[in-house]
Each structure stands twice: as C-alpha cells, then as structure tokens.
Ligand binder design. Structure first.
Ligand code: SAJ
Length: 405
C-alpha cells in the first residue's frame, strides 16, 4: 500500500492514477472538508479527465482520509510556498508532513517527496527531521512532478519522469512503483540532481517566455508586428520562439526560478532578468490598455472589463495569475480598480467586482482586456459583441476592434 500525503493539484491525480493501475492507495490530507468532498464522490478542482479517473480509482478501491497510514511507501505532495521577500521556499509543509509520516512509518519505509523544492532543500530541511527522530532507517527519494495543468491526466501517463534517491536500490524501487502507470522513460539519479533538474526545467521555460515578452515590448516601441516576426522566425529549423502574453502565472514557472536567483544571486543574472521581465508584463498590459482607451476615446475606466482570472486557458487555478498582479497595480494606478472581472472557469469569488456570467460582465462595457484565451472565446471576438478588445494572448483573430499587446 502507498499513502499519498497532500491531495491538491498534483497529489490527487497522482493518487488516483496509482489506484486506477492496481496499486492500493490511501490519500491523506489535513483538510477535513476536502477529504469529505472526495469521500462524498466529488473531485475538488476542474481538470480534463479527472472526474473519469476519479471514478475508476474509487471503483478500484482508492480511499481518502485525514489520518496518516502505516505502510511501506509515502508520497509527499504538499505545497511549498515561497517567501516573496526573500525568494526562498518555506519547507515547513514538507517537513511537517514528513514528521507526521514518521509517527506511523514502519522500519525501512520509503518517503518520496513529489513537491517541488529548491535544490539542496531535502538535505537541508528534510534529512535533519529524520535524524532528529533517530530514523536513519527511512529512505528518501525525490520524484518531482512534471504535469501541465490542462492535460494532467494525459501527461501523468505519457511524460518521462525523474527519480532521485538515497541509493540505487531505492531509486529502482520508486521507479517500478511509478512504472505502474507511467509509460515514459524514468531516469534514476541522486536527490540533489533531481531537485535541480526540476527547477531547471521550469526556469528554461520562464527564460524563453521572457524572450518572447521582451520582443513584444521592443516591437511595440517601434511599430513592428511581433506575432508576424515570431511566425516567420519560427520557420527557421533551429528557432522556436514562445508566445508573448500578459505575464507568467501559476505556482511553478513564476516561482521556481527565484530559487536559483536566491541561492546564486551573483551567477543567476539572466534568470533574474527573465523573471523581472515576465513580472513586468501586467504593468505593460495596463499601459497598453490606457493607450487603447485614449485612442478609442474611452475615458471612464469602469467601462473597461477584464476577461480571465485564471493564470492560463482552461484551468481554474488563479495562483500568481497575471490578472491578479494587474489588479494590484490598478489599485495604485486607477484609484481602486473599478473594472469588472469575469472568468467562466473561476466560480468562487476571488476579487471585488467579479461577476459570474458573460451577460452581466458585458453590460455597460465599451472595452474588454482579454487576459486568458479560454476555449469559450478563443477565435470568437463576437463573444464580446462589438466592444474594443485588447487581446493580450493573440487568440481573438484580427479586426478593426481587436488590438494586440
Ligand atoms: N505562457 C506564456 N507564453 C507561452 C507559454 C506560457 O505567456 O508561450 C504563460 C502561461 O499563460 C502561464 C505561464 O506562462 O501564465 C506558465 O504556463 P505553462 O503552460 O508554461 O506552464 P505551467 O505553469 O502550467 O506548468 C509548468 C510546466 N513546466 C514546463 O513546461 C517546463 C509543467 O510541466 C510543470 O509540471 C509545472 O510547471 C509545475 O508544476 O512545475
């Protein structure tokens, strides 16, 4: 049996995947309400294929509890918040979860950390927790997740994985466990290398998105069409420029590069610059929106609405979302941000002036800033009537009323 600790965005689909592939699984979370929801037969967030996987897993015997279980293998998938001021992770959730595991873990148990941690964090924070309890018998491993919100279920099955472990035997054991569902290649290495590899992957993407965003700024400053330039440049066999946008959100790509900047401030200069470029995009959108308002003769900012609160298309996750960053800036620039905000994926109330239907949203608006290209509106500018659009994602096609970044 395995006990998956933490039933959030990563822990839940992972636990379900194990169960659906014949592994006996108990999922544990300290949030009693979340556990009750799962036990009542409902999932806790929207994700393609998750409900169907949930049904299969429960039919195969998956269970959910607030109690830690006595078993041979634990998979820890709890949040690793980071401190915005120091740019360092707060390892306390991981350390606390491992502490609770040790209360019940039998001799020789394997504890796999799936949560993303800064390179070196397992040695720095988790190992001392084991030593402090005299549990040198417990083996540690790190199997960082790689799945993309929007296609988590598919990527759990398809993606290659990394397993870092204390010794090759533990590595092979953890590899064989994941191989119960993972059809990708599973590389076995040491823990430090696995930690660094995960952070490097997300940093690579951040730096590449920053390049596209910087190009967007350069082109805007001199009247060039960045989309046309990227489209043609990408015909080159060794060029693959990503898409400029309103900024980088989510709890991964906008966070992980800071671990490297925090630990290597003198060396990680490109990485810091990229992060700052991406963080500057919500302000850039705001400046662009003001420009379009002026050009279109719109003077009242309450006639401008913001479509999209999630950090990207077709997900309900708002963590570090560019819209939230932009609203924070608007609070400073536009005296309290009177703009209405709507996101069909985000049903709970997250910000003031949030509305819950397109009809209510469009009422009285002259302009819409499209921050997320949800499928509902992608390629359909008519979804916003004849309003002036600022299409920050380049998903609304072209037209007289459609303005780009
Ligand atoms: N974005 C752009 N332009 C692009 C691509 C993305 O502006 O061309 C923006 C998105 O809109 C979003 C942000 O960047 O705001 C990040 O989105 P994403 O789709 O690139 O990635 P995430 O954060 O959803 O998931 C990433 C993935 N990492 C990599 O692709 C290297 C995923 O595989 C990881 O599992 C995940 O981080 C994680 O949890 O670490």
């Amino acid at each position: 049996m395995i006990n998956v600790i933490g039933l959030g965005y990563i822990g839940l689909p992972t636990a379900l995947m194990f169960a659906a592939h014949g592994v006996e699984v108990v999922g544990t979370d300290c949030d009693a309400e979340l556990v009750a929801t799962l036990n009542a037969g409902r999932t806790t967030f929207k994700e393609e294929g998750l409900d169907e996987l949930f049904g299969r897993a429960v039919a195969a015997g998956a269970r959910f509890s607030t109690e830690y279980q006595e078993c041979g293998t634990y998979i820890v998938s709890v949040p690793t918040p980071y401190d915005k001021a120091t740019k360092r992770i707060d390892p306390s959730y991981v350390v606390d979860a491992v502490g609770s595991v040790l209360d019940v873990a039998p001799e020789g148990a394997v504890v796999v950390i799936e949560s993303t941690v800064s390179p070196g964090a397992i040695d720095r924070y988790v190992r001392p927790a084991l030593a402090g309890r005299g549990r040198g018998d417990v083996k540690l491993a790190h199997a960082p997740e790689r799945i993309i919100p929007g296609d988590m279920v598919g990527e759990l099955l398809r993606n290659n994985r990394t397993v870092g472990a204390d010794d090759p035997e533990t590595g092979e054991l953890v590899k064989s466990l994941y191989a119960s569902f993972c059809r990708g290649e599973i590389a076995v290495t040491d823990i430090r290398t696995a930690e660094m590899t995960k952070v490097v992957e997300n940093t690579f993407r951040d730096v590449n998105i920053a390049f596209a965003n910087e190009l967007a700024k350069i082109c805007r400053s001199d009247g060039m069409d960045v989309r046309e330039i990227i489209r043609i440049a990408n015909k080159h066999p060794r060029v693959g420029i990503l898409s400029p946008g309103p900024g980088v959100g989510g709890h991964c790509i906008s966070v992980d590069p800071w671990f490297l900047v925090g630990d290597y401030p003198e060396l990680a200069r490109l990485i810091r610059n990229a992060r700052e470029t991406n963080d500057s995009m919500p302000e850039f959108v705001l400046a662009r929106a003001s420009e379009i308002m002026r050009e279109s003769g719109i003077t009242d900012s309450s006639k401008v609405g913001i479509y999209g609160l999630a950090y990207k298309e077709d997900v309900d996750d708002v963590r570090e979302s560019p819209t939230l960053q932009m609203l924070e800036s608007m609070g400073r620039h536009l005296a309290g941000s009177p703009c209405k905000v709507y996101d069909p994926w985000v049903e709970r109330d997250v910000v003031p002036n949030q509305v819950h239907s397109m009809e209510e949203f469009l009422e009285g608006l002259e302009m819409v800033v499209v921050m997320v290209g949800h499928s509902e509106v992608k390629g359909r500018p008519e979804a916003f009537g004849d309003r002036v659009l600022l299409d920050t994602r380049d998903v609304m096609g072209s037209g007289e009323n459609v303005h780009k970044l």
